[in-house]
Design a protein. Structure first.
Length: 154
């Protein structure tokens, strides 16, 4: 059992992310967001996200990277344009532990007619935990519920 001397809290300015990204994300979240010049996402790791080494499982960190990069892509192309992950490359840089507040940010580096390229990172107290780069594909058909997709989790 992992115990901490302090009770982790969500930092000021972060609110639950309302951009719908599927039921799987609901099972591993919640994900938080802080709007601004550079949108930042936040995640409070829990014991259920840990592995046998008492660190946050790499699969959880990759899931978080997929969310952060994917939601950044969604915001860049517009919520009415559905996108899917084509590739996601992750490098594990350091460890995070259950109870840690992990922040993520991403930047779209290129948009073509059908593809969106993005890079980002996850960090804890300013130290990079994971760096990632990926490609998302814009699907041809508009999302039928584009106007409602942001409020799906409300």
């Amino acid at each position: 059992m992992i115990t901490h001397s302090h009770v982790p809290t969500v930092p000021a300015g972060f609110v639950p992310c309302r951009i719908a990204d599927g039921r799987f994300a609901e099972a591993v979240g919640p994900l938080y967001v802080r709007e601004g010049d550079l949108v930042r996402f936040g995640f409070l790791a829990e014991s259920r996200h840990g592995n046998v080494r008492e660190t946050v499982h790499g699969g959880m960190l990759m899931t978080l990277a997929d969310q952060v990069l994917g939601l950044t892509v969604m915001q860049a192309v517009g919520l009415e344009t559905p996108v899917v992950t084509v590739s996601l490359h992750c490098d594990f840089v350091s460890a995070a532990k259950p109870g840690d507040w992990i922040e993520g940010e991403a930047t779209v580096t290129q948009i073509t007619r059908t593809l969106v390229f993005v890079r980002g990172s996850l960090s804890h107290h300013g130290a990079v935990v994971l760096s990632a780069a990926g490609v998302w594909k814009k699907l041809r058909r508009p999302h039928a519920d584009g106007a409602r997709i942001r409020d799906e989790r409300a």
